[in-house]
Ligand binder design. Structure first.
Ligand code: FAD
Length: 412
């Protein structure tokens, strides 16, 4: 959002988080995470909590600030400057917390949501399985009730934060006899006997955030840890996709903004053929193009945030959220890629962080639902909107010379 449109409260929140990003996150942390000397930066979560920056949208009684999405996306953009790992770890309390806040009992909120926002309990979200992530409802992890516990078995992979998480939000098949959409349950699983996390991935970027593979072997989970109804994960999933995708979208803008700023300053100093490279259109127009795209992506993210704040969840909201995730992450990829081009060879080295940001940005079009899956949602919801309504303003189809030639309107 433009500074000129921010409320004083939004401006001061942004200042708070900018201070955190500037003062409380060391350069060494970023370098050590990228070098995988650090596998999970727990202290970072605790520092965020100490500044009361986790779970901003949740009610104060559960440790949040009772703010809305319009505020959270502002904060996410600032945190996004730190790269995808720290942005994702910042987002996980918002994502997992959403499930607890919307569907959890008072007891679960007291026990878990309060601890999450206080930075006492770290979380991960475990949806994706080795057999596939896009086809989420094909999940094969199983849940079987035995008295007042469920027995959980299965595997999840690519789980950010897994290495350090105290608590996992897990989706598993609780009814083998009905269609997938009515067979999956969501529940909170504490790190306990039978939960094993393995560090198996050599990631291109987004390192140091504890991305692991998780095995659940006969894990006993209290029935009271169920989120929503048994077999009701479809509803939970539909709600959680809002924070999951909005956090990706808003974080991507911060990451791209950082790369654009670095390359713009560089273009003002670097000389070739006796002049600053910014004086070549080939360079300065890339900056103009990147800035325009970034402003457009930010506008879409903020508009979507305000729509969620106004109407909650719906097919239309899921379309907007998918558009925002797709457009912001594709924009981020293009902007960081152009930033590297603007900087020439030095941009490809670790003298500047552009190469790290590029490696991070690449993931953003894949995770939290690939951008192909975003397209699937967008077209699906749009067809529904169009086909369920008659033309809203006027019958534009009739504004053609030969519009009455019904015999020419052949569809089969
Ligand atoms: C570093 C990293 C961190 C991650 N963090 C998490 C996490 O914290 N928690 C979690 O649960 N998951 C996480 N993921 C998983 C991520 O969300 C999935 O990788 C992603 O959803 C894609 O699933 P997949 O890898 O199984 O690809 P697949 O589902 O196998 O897809 C392969 C290709 O087919 C395309 N495709 C599939 N179905 C369709 C369709 N219907 N229409 C068009 N194209 C289609 C996809 O777009 C993709 O291009 C992470 C992944 C990575 C790499």
């Amino acid at each position: 959002m433009s500074d000129y449109l921010m409320t004083p409260g939004q401006r001061s929140l942004r200042e708070e988080v900018r201070n955190f990003v500037r003062e409380d996150v060391s350069r060494q942390l970023l370098l050590d995470m990228d070098a995988e000397k650090i596998h999970y930066p727990r202290q970072y979560i605790e520092d965020l909590a100490a500044k009361h920056l986790l779970g901003l949208r949740f009610p104060p009684e559960w440790g949040g600030r009772g703010l809305n999405w319009a505020h959270e996306v502002l904060v996410l953009e600032e945190i996004g400057v730190l790269g995808a790992s720290l942005a994702c770890l910042y987002s996980l309390p918002s994502i997992v917390g959403e499930a607890i806040n919307c569907f959890g009992s008072g007891e679960l909120k007291e026990r878990y949501l309060k601890s999450i926002t206080a930075g006492k309990m770290t979380v991960a979200e475990a949806l994706t399985e080795p057999r596939g992530g896009s086809d989420f409802f094909g999940a094969t992890a199983t849940l079987k009730q035995e008295g007042d516990v469920y027995i959980l078995n299965g595997q999840k992979r690519f789980i950010v934060g897994a290495e350090g998480a105290d608590l996992f939000l897990v989706y598993a098949r609780s009814n083998p006899d009905v269609s997938s959409h009515k067979a999956i349950s969501a529940l909170l699983v504490e790190r306990s006997e039978g939960v094993e996390v393995q560090h198996v991935y050599g990631l291109m970027g987004t390192r140091g955030g504890g991305t692991g593979r998780v095995y659940f072997r006969d894990v006993q989970v209290p029935v009271r840890n169920l989120i929503g109804q048994e077999n009701g994960a479809y509803e939970v999933f539909n709600q959680m996709m809002l924070p999951e995708r909005m956090t990706s979208a808003a974080g991507a803008i911060g990451l791209a903004r950082a790369a654009l700023e670095i390359s713009t300053r560089y273009a003002d100093r670097r000389k070739a053929f006796g002049q600053k490279v910014r004086e070549f259109e080939g360079v300065s127009f890339k900056i103009a193009e990147s800035l325009t795209r970034l402003d457009a992506a930010r506008a879409l993210v903020h508009e979507t945030a305000r729509i969620i704040d106004t109407i909650g969840n719906s097919g239309y909201v899921r379309r907007m959220v998918s558009e925002a995730k797709k457009f912001a992450t594709e924009t981020a990829w293009a902007v960081v890629n152009d930033a590297m081009q603007i900087m020439g060879g030095i941009g490809y080295t670790n003298v500047y962080p552009i190469e790290r940001l590029l490696r991070d940005a690449r993931l953003m079009t894949i995770w939290t639902g690939t951008n192909e899956i975003m397209n699937l949602v967008i077209q699906h919801e749009y067809f529904k909107e169009i086909l369920l309504t008659t033309p809203a303003v006027r019958d534009v189809e009739g504004d053609a010379q030969n519009a009455d030639a019904e015999g020419e309107k052949v569809f089969e």
